[in-house]
Design a protein around this ligand. Structure first.
Ligand code: G3P
Ligand code: CA
Length: 259
């Protein structure tokens, strides 16, 4: 059964989205960071997934292990078992020594029924040449695990890679889709959002102005800019009428005025 209390449809806007968990105070993309965000009452957490050498889903932002763990090299050159032995906490603080890199299943277990989840599939996990029959592409595995946990209504899938979103949009009964962009303005991404029947446009916040927010909302798309960690910027974006924002600091929920 779906838990509709944390469905995307039941969210209150504008909404704070905890970027890589409660990243300001915990090691990013770890269970500690996600648990802290959930306990802090956020409506949605965001995480990044990529593929390991043995084609398993790994919750990690970077293409390499170096910045956030005590490992070295590319994520796609290590197996899940190797990655699971790494310490993903100490680089943030010795207080988190021994914190592991989570699997997507672990995060979804934690989140199920408690919080909405934005799963960003990293562009480097996209296999442009994979035929639609390949059963373990990143997007297929993500779709399968969402189905397994009955979380379709609580999940927003996003990516900077249009091919990933295009493929997801072809899956029957797929979750809501968010189009991530960096430099593009609303009118440059509008037709793609229409084509895949996107739920949201998730732009890098400096490109936004009120006209772009209104253009997208008039077309039925939510607008969730990333990643805003300055209170004046948050106020500016809320004045423009954005539907939410990604931030590392969940205490910025004080600036929200849910309707
Ligand atoms: O989804 C918003 C944000 O996470 C996108 O940028 O680089 O933090 O994954 P990045
Ligand atoms: Ca991300």
């Amino acid at each position: 059964m779906q838990n509709t209390s944390v469905s995307i449809a039941s969210a209150k806007y504008p909404m704070l989205i905890a970027h890589r968990g409660y990243r300001a105070a915990y090691p990013e993309n770890t269970l500690s960071a996600f648990r802290a965000a959930v306990n802090g009452g956020v409506q949605m957490i965001e995480l990044d997934v990529s593929l390991s050498k043995d084609r398993k889903l790994v919750v990690m932002h970077d293409e390499t292990l170096d910045r956030t763990t005590d490992g070295r090299g590319r994520v796609c050159d290590s197996t899940l078992a190797e990655i699971r032995k790494l310490d993903a906490g100490s680089r943030f603080s010795p207080d988190f020594a021994g914190e592991a890199v989570p699997t997507l299943a672990e995060v979804l277990e934690l989140a199920a029924g408690r919080v909405r989840v934005n799963i960003e599939i990293k562009a480097e996990a996209f296999e442009a040449d994979a035929s639609p029959e390949v059963p373990d592409t990143a997007e297929r595995q993500v779709a399968e695990i969402i189905g397994y946990y009955h979380l379709r209504d609580s999940v927003l899938i996003s990516s900077f890679e249009p091919g990933i979103l295009q493929r997801f949009s072809d899956f029957p009964n797929h979750p809501a889709l968010g189009v991530l962009t960096e430099k593009l303005k609303a009118d440059e991404i509008l037709s793609f959002c229409r084509n895949i029947n996107a739920f949201s446009w998730n732009p890098d916040y400096p490109v936004l102005d009120r006209r772009q927010v209104q253009l997208m909302q008039k077309e039925g798309f939510r607008v969730f800019p990333y990643t805003v960690n300055e209170k004046d910027e948050i106020r500016r974006l809320l004045e423009m009428g954005v539907d939410g924002f990604f931030t590392d600091e969940i205490r910025f929920s004080q600036y929200l005025n849910p309707v």
